[in-house]
Every structure is written in C-alpha cells, then in structure tokens.
Design a protein around this ligand. Structure first.
Ligand code: PLP
Length: 225
C-alpha cells in the first residue's frame, strides 16, 4: 500500500465538486509524480522553470498530464515554459496554466509564446492580498487595470485570481478578499487558486476552484535543486 496514494486519497476526500486539486511537486522527483499519476492525479504544480522542464521531458509520454506553473516567473524564462515548436518534431511539453501573472510585460510575453505554439495559455493574476512589501503579486488597487489589459491579449485565457496569504496570519479573510476582488472585476472569471496543505479546506469554503497542495501529498520537500 503506497503512502503517497493514501495521502492523495485523503486530500481528494476533502475536496468539493468543481474543485481541481493541483498536486505541487516542486523538488520531488519525476518518480513521485509518476506514482501520483498512476493513482489518478492529472494536474501538477511546479515552481522553477528549469526544474519543471527537466521533469516534463522525462514524463512527456504520460497522456492528459496538465502542468500548472505556480512560482515566480521571470519574463526571460517564459521560453522554457512555453517552448517554441520544433519543425518536424513533436511539440516539446508546455505548461497549460500560469497562476502567477502579476505584471503586463509577463502576460504579453506569455501571449506571444503561446501564439507561436498555436494555442492559448490559461492564466491567473496573482494578487498580493496581504500587501506585503516583499511579496510578489499585483497590488489590489492595480488589479482592475491589469485584468482588463490581460483579458485583451490574444493567446491568453484569463481564468481568475491567485493568492498566497501572509504565512503568519489567519488565511481565511485573505481568501474572502480574493473572492471579493474577483467578483468586483465583473469579468465573470471562473477560477480562484487558493489554499495549500495547511489551509485548503478553508479555501474551498471561501470559493477556491484550484487548490495547490504539496506536502500533504508528497511529504516533506527535498532540498531545492
Ligand atoms: C510550494 C507551494 C504550494 C504547496 O505548499 P504546501 O504547503 O506544501 O502544500 C502551494 N502554492 C505555492 C505557490 C507554492 O509555492
């Protein structure tokens, strides 16, 4: 009996219909992702572009696997997560979702690279709900302008908002705030990416449609490669 499959089943049992579990596999080996896949998991989250690229190449033969990029993304690394097609060869793996769009330049580059592949990338805008100076994410006050600009880009599908609440605070008011910010945009965005191992049930109660769960499935993370 696999510990990983049991932990995955325990997390799944706490989801609600309409909530997608993104299994956060950063620092975990491709073999652990394969094990989760064999237990039925299809959506995986990664934080580091080069680490993702190596694992995605290793796992390229698994059908229906969906990659979510959930880490900070430098504009010059978009080429790794949405690589150009190679003439006469199978298209290299790409991420299907980017949860961490927090500035227009990044969104423009994602749209450009997605268009070159002939597809569209699904994106979420990361909001710095705790207004922490050190944190990534766009300020709540900047969100309406960013959302309108991103929604107009041709090869992106703007799906919703994402947040990582301040570690030392009760996350629930931050989850509620993200939902209110999404509703106030009036763009009918379907998704909220919020909730991690320690707080995903609360996030689901506050309207999460994507929960990002790592250690509760895979156990402790390895040292960052
Ligand atoms: C690592 C990470 C997670 C998963 O965190 P756990 O506490 O291991 O579940 C979720 N979201 C983001 C953005 C992360 O970087």
């Amino acid at each position: 009996m696999s510990g990983l499959a049991d932990r995955l089943a325990a997390v799944r049992a706490r989801l609600r219909p309409g909530v997608t579990l993104v299994a956060v596999s950063k620092t975990q080996p491709a073999s652990a992702i394969r094990e989760a896949y064999q237990a039925g998991q299809r959506d995986f989250g990664e934080n580091y572009a080069q680490e993702w690229r190596a694992k995605a190449a290793e796992l390229a033969a698994l059908p229906d696997l969906v990659w979510h990029f959930i880490g900070g993304l430098q504009t010059n690394k978009v080429k790794y997560v949405l690589p150009a097609p190679r003439p006469g060869a199978a298209a290299p793996p790409a991420v299907g979702w980017v949860h961490t769009v927090d500035r227009l330049a990044l969104a423009q580059e994602l749209s450009r690279r997605a268009a070159a592949r002939g597809g569209a990338a699904r994106v979420l805008l990361e909001v710095n709900v705790g207004q922490e100076g050190s944190k990534s994410g766009c300020a709540p006050g900047e969100l309406p302008r960013l959302a309108e600009a991103v929604a107009r880009l041709p090869a992106l599908e703007l799906r919703g908002l994402m947040c990582i609440p301040p570690a030392a605070e009760d996350p629930r008011p931050h989850f509620a705030r993200l939902r209110a910010l999404r509703d106030a945009l009036g763009l009918a965005l379907p998704d909220l990416s919020m909730g991690m191992s320690g707080d995903y049930p609360a996030a689901i109660e506050e309207g999460a449609t994507l929960v990002r769960v790592g250690t509760a499935i895979f156990g402790e993370r390895r040292p960052q490669p």
